[in-house]
Structures are given as structure tokens and as C-alpha cells.
Design a binder for this molecule. Structure first.
Ligand code: PMT
Length: 402
């Protein structure tokens, strides 16, 4: 099993006879260095006590969504952020249905909703419940959302039935959980990612900017760090929390982002420009707030330096990846526009997205992209930005020379 030193696994335990096996999962994950925290549903506490799970994990067990003491220590959103991976084992049919419906009425469901980390479930239930069309439909839905389904195994069940529905063995679940971590695909590499918008000042209170939230870039930084890279995130003004294990440099304007990128570029093997950099800035920045006396106002603009082109032009250039924010679908020539940027900016790869679609691109949780290389392209359909980021990082890591 790959080592999990410093990896943080949140183990969710739902109500089912297999709950006793989750104690063994804690042990197996700890054997390879993982830090495990446990969240239990009320039904789970009928099968195994929180005290047992606390003693084994070495951490307090979390039970309540609305518990002021628990929230003061580590609130549910902090817990969701804490987890590198959420593993729910056993996952009952009832919990699977809640997860499919996006319910958040209990702590574990709320955590799964709030978290951007990979989620895995190990179903455990009676064979009839597992075979039921509703459960199978739910499982397919979850699989389609990128949720990992571990098992179930087949065999004799606690209720006396024989068939599929037994929870997989703890060693197998621990092994599959460890495999979720992209350990080492970018180990030893320095990666720089730009993210968010830039703001170009007009006067002390006004600026020109765009709708980038930074979600795509932050997800990429998180995935790169997870893959073992020394990760530097150069971020325009956003309201996101800096990912763990990432050095974040906060900038405001395009010029500041350019300066930070070139200052950090030395020794970098991978540069990903996901920031929505303002192409122009006002020639003059008024020192005083501009009064609204005149009926019209003309602002003269000058072009900003192109950050990703400058990095791609360096002598020891990193593998350089640009994004292309286009208002065109695949049918309307998204690839052609992206290919133009690939060539003009001398990039190794362009990730194109259609930002006219409000459900992807700017400020949404999902994105759908076309990954354009010199001689080929690959479409990745709409998916959560965190999952997409991991897929992109895995793809790019395989393209970087060692
Ligand atoms: O932040 P989110 O809300 O999650 O939204 C994500 C996103 C839509 C911003 C992201 O997926 C995206 O498309 N980022 C690129 C936005 C953009 O500015 O695209 P562009 O086609 O105008 O620029 C092409 C490339 O040149 C980009 O890699 C850009 O970072 C880079 N560039 C542009 C201008 C400039 N002066 N310097 C640059 O480096």
C-alpha cells in the first residue's frame, strides 16, 4: 500500500452491522501513516460506540451538525476542508440515497456536500436492498459524479442471505483509499499556477476586472500539491482560502502578477496560467477619486504584459499551459480559437472553456473543457472543478519530461 504520511482521511460511519469493521479500517489506514478523523451518524452509534472510534483514531469523534461545542473546536466546514479524502464505510442504502439527493440534514451528509475532496463510499446492505432498482440508480448517479464506489463484496450476510451487499474487507478498502492519492506524480517538481482575476485601478476606489472566482486555479493548485509538487499559487483578489501545502502569493494587478510569476519562474517545471488577466489597464491612475462632474468619461487603456507568453519565452522554459476563455462552443470553433492561442503564445497545451455557458467557466463550481495539444485534442465533459483539476494534473504530469 502506498504511504499516506500527512494524509488526512475523514472516515464516515453510517448505521449497519458492518460498522464494526470500520474500526479495522482506521487501523489499516494508520499503519501507512494516515491521520484519521471519524464522523458517525446516530444510527452508526447503535452498532459501535464513538468511544471505541475515538480511542482508535486518537481524535474526537464528530456526531452533530449543530453542536456548538463541536463547532467551536472544528466546525463542519473546517472538517470538510481538513479532509484530503472522505471515505464512508459502511455506506448504508439510506445514506447513499441522501448523498444522491444532495441532502445535508446530518453532519456526514453536510460534510460530503461541502467538501471538494475526493469521496469514496463502501456500500454495505442486504442483498435485496443492494439489487433494488433505486439503489442501483443512485449508485450509477454517484459514479457519474466521480464518486468512488468500493465494493460491495458477495457472500453470506449477517441477515442469513447470500449475495452482493457485504462491505468489502477493511484491507481492501484501505488499499483502494490509498490509491486515490496521486502520490508522487509531480514529486520533486516546482509548479506555478496563476488564478483569479486581476484588478486594474482607475482611481483609489474604482477598478476594471472580470468575473473569475479563482475556483479553477485553486483546485489546480490543490491537485498539484496533492500530486507532490512544490506548488506556488499566484492569485488575484478572490474570496477563497489558500489551499494547504501551497505557497500563495496575493497580487492585485496584471503587472504584479507578471512580476511575481517571473520572480518565481526559476527552476519551475510546470506553469499553468488559469488566471483571467485583464488585457488592458488605464494609462493614468488618478490619485484622487474621479468626480462625476462630466457627462461622459473616457479612459485611455494600454496593453498589459502577457504573463504566460513571457514565461513560455524564457530560456529554461517550464512546460507551459495556458487557458483559453472563449465565447464559442465546440461546434462554433472553440478548438480553432484555442489552437490560435497555443501557437501565438508558444504554449505546450491549452485548456479551452466556453465562458458564454453560465453553468461552467467563470464563477461556477463545474467546468467542461477541451484540452488542446499541437496535434490532438480531448474533450472533458462538465464535471466539478476539483475533480477536473485532478484529471488535468494527472494528464499534464504524464506529459512533463522527468
Ligand atoms: O476563476 P473561475 O471562476 O474558476 O473561472 C475559471 C476561468 C474561466 C477564469 C478559467 O477556466 C479560464 O478560462 N482562465 C483563462 C482566462 C483568460 O484570461 O483567458 P484568455 O483566453 O483571455 O487568455 C489566454 C491565456 O493567456 C490564459 O492562460 C491567461 O491566463 C493568459 N494571459 C492572458 C493575458 C495576459 N496579460 N497574461 C496572461 O498570462
Amino acid at each position: 500500500m502506498p504511504p499516506l504520511a500527512n494524509k488526512r482521511i475523514l472516515l464516515g460511519v453510517t448505521g449497519g452491522i458492518a460498522a464494526y469493521k470500520s474500526a479495522e479500517i482506521i487501523r489499516r489506514l494508520q499503519d501507512v501513516g494516515a491521520n484519521v478523523r471519524v464522523v458517525m451518524t446516530h444510527a452508526a452509534t447503535q452498532f459501535i460506540t464513538p468511544l471505541t472510534m475515538q480511542a482508535l483514531s486518537g481524535n474526537p469523534v464528530h456526531l452533530e451538525l449543530l453542536d456548538t461545542d463541536a463547532e467551536a473546536a472544528m466546525g463542519h466546514i473546517e472538517l470538510a476542508r481538513w479532509a484530503d479524502v472522505i471515505l464512508v464505510a459502511p455506506a448504508s442504502a439510506d445514506f447513499i440515497a441522501k448523498l444522491t439527493n444532495g441532502e445535508g440534514g446530518d453532519l456526514l451528509s453536510a460534510l460530503c456536500l461541502a467538501s471538494r475532496s475526493p469521496l469514496a463510499i463502501a456500500p454495505a446492505m442486504n442483498q435485496g436492498m443492494w439489487r433494488n432498482a433505486s439503489t442501483q440508480h443512485n449508485i450509477e448517479q454517484l459514479r457519474g459524479r466521480g464518486i468512488n464506489i468500493f465494493g460491495p463484496a458477495e457472500g453470506s450476510q449477517a441477515c442469513g442471505d447470500v449475495g452482493p451487499g457485504r462491505m468489502s474487507e477493511p484491507e481492501d478498502i484501505a488499499e483502494l483509499t490509498a490509491d486515490l492519492f496521486e502520490t508522487g506524480t509531480l514529486a520533486g517538481k516546482k509548479v506555478i499556477i496563476t488564478a483569479g482575476p486581476t484588478r486594474e485601478a482607475i482611481d483609489p476606489v474604482r477598478y476594471i476586472s472580470n468575473h473569475s472566482s479563482g475556483k479553477m486555479g485553486y483546485a489546480l493548485a490543490e491537485a498539484a500539491a496533492e500530486a507532490g509538487a512544490e506548488t506556488i499559487l499566484i492569485s488575484g483578489p478572490v474570496s477563497l482560502t489558500s489551499p494547504d501545502r501551497v505557497k500563495t502569493i496575493a497580487v492585485t494587478s496584471a503587472q504584479e502578477m507578471y512580476d511575481a510569476a517571473l520572480a518565481e519562474a526559476d527552476g519551475c517545471q510546470l506553469f499553468i496560467a488559469s488566471a483571467a488577466v485583464a488585457d488592458y489597464r488605464p494609462v493614468q491612475v488618478s490619485e484622487q477619486k474621479i468626480k462625476k462632474a462630466a457627462d461622459s468619461l473616457t479612459i485611455e487603456m494600454v496593453k498589459n504584459p502577457d504573463i504566460v507568453s513571457a514565461v513560455a519565452a524564457l530560456q529554461n522554459r517550464p512546460f507551459t499551459v495556458g487557458f483559453a476563455a472563449e465565447t464559442a462552443t465546440v461546434e462554433q470553433g472553440l478548438e480553432l480559437h484555442a489552437r490560435g492561442k497555443l501557437e501565438r503564445k508558444n504554449l505546450d497545451l491549452v485548456i479551452a472553456n466556453d465562458v458564454s455557458d453560465r453553468t461552467i467557466g467563470f464563477n461556477s463550481d463545474d467546468n467542461a473543457v477541451l484540452v488542446v495539444e499541437m496535434k490532438s485534442s480531448e474533450a472533458i465533459p462538465k464535471i466539478n472543478k476539483s475533480i477536473l483539476a485532478r484529471q488535468l494534473i494527472a494528464k499534464i504530469a504524464a506529459m512533463i519530461p522527468n
